[in-house]
Design a protein around this ligand. Sequence first.
Ligand code: RB5
Length: 147
Amino acid sequence: MKITIGSDHGAVALKEEVKMILKEFADIEIHDVGTFGNDPVDYPEIAEKVCNEVISGISDRGILLCGTGIGMSIAANKIKGIRCALCSDVYSAKMSREHNDANVLALGGRVLGFGPAGEIVRMWLTTDYSGEVRHTRRINKIHSLEK
Ligand code: RB5
């Protein structure tokens, strides 16, 4: 699985921690689109870079981080085909995969500690979409809203 990851200046440290978690998985390839320092950057630009790699098929899934994760998730969900889940707990991470087939995870670097963030990421990576008809119908209705 290939994962594209990106953050703004509000979550650079958590991005590095999340990359360490991703390295626990032998089959995960990581593409980090930045940012890499503390200089302020505008999170919609990072969200666009990550989501474009998911939509184009360059990556299977994306992970976005900013101070709260809110700006990143709002921006990502503007992009056709993206289902971005902002998660601060493990249960939501699991449900975002099983029910919503979330293809992007958003995390808040000023909200989450490294430990909880790691558990969220592990759950999100290892949970499959249920594929149940009712969930697929609802996801299709979400994407109908894009038209
Ligand atoms: C940047 O200061 C901050 O607004 C950003 O990281 C994020 O929290 C926005 O939602």
